[in-house]
Design a protein around this ligand. Structure first.
Ligand code: GSH
Length: 208
């Protein structure tokens, strides 16, 4: 099977990219240039009409939405670090965490640069942006105190939640959240930085 990931440098596409590296599957990554508006090009809209990344193109079609891509990759690579637990409750915990990141934390972050998705009034836009350090800190508190077990999100076993949390944590500094206030989250980001999968994605984008 041919697997192609459409991603972009400053995007949530990193999560699927790191997961592909963890999976051991063969794939190709293609980076869109947001500064050129390539996500809205006629060619890309045929792949993903939502004009967003990531999109994962496989033989059967195109998968969008990070949690869906992660579950798919975990099922394709059952002997990798992404492997889903057999226990349905443990699977639900992974889904619940990934969906919290998708529906709440990523959306809180998007208020910083993508506020025009919701409002066009200048003052309303400024209020949305100004609120980002506060709303992201609420999410950080929730993850630190209620969700992340450590060393990985769900405890001793790595899962798809770990690349996802990592990407969100890389946004903390720019979002005005001091990660030093969150020991478990800080340790998680540091541990992920040591993984070969993360180093490979950084190298792809010529980071560090
Ligand atoms: N819910 C989607 C969100 C995808 C998304 O919002 N991607 C952003 C990058 S972080 C994007 O493609 N933005 C392009 C734009 O807004 O024009 C997912 O989790 O995959």
């Amino acid at each position: 099977m041919t697997i192609t990931l459409f991603t972009a440098e400053s995007s949530i596409g990193w999560v699927s990219h790191i997961a592909l590296e963890e999976s051991g599957l063969e794939y190709e990554a293609k980076a869109l240039d947001f500064s050129q508006g390539q996500q809205g090009s006629a060619e890309y809209l045929k792949i993903n009409a939502k004009a967003r990344v990531p999109s994962l193109m496989v033989d059967q079609g195109v998968i969008t939405e990070t949690p869906a891509i992660l579950t798919y990759l975990a099922q394709l690579a059952p002997t990798s670090s992404l492997a889903l637990p057999e226990n349905p409750f443990e699977q639900a915990m992974i889904n619940a965490f990934n969906l919290y990141l998708c529906s709440t934390v990523h959306v809180a972050h998007a208020h910083k640069h993508r506020g025009t998705r919701w409002v066009d009034d200048e003052r309303a836009l400024k209020l949305l942006t100004d609120n980002v350090p506060k709303t992201m800190a609420v999410c950080a508190d929730m993850m630190e105190n209620q969700m992340v077990k450590g060393p990985w999100v769900h405890g001793e076993k790595f899962s798809t939640s770990d690349p996802y949390l990592y990407r969100i944590l890389t946004w903390f500094d720019a979002d005005g959240v001091d990660i030093a206030q969150y020991p478990k989250l800080k340790a998680h980001r540091d541990a992920m930085d040591q993984r070969e999968s993360v180093k490979a994605v950084k190298a792809f984008f010529h980071h560090e």
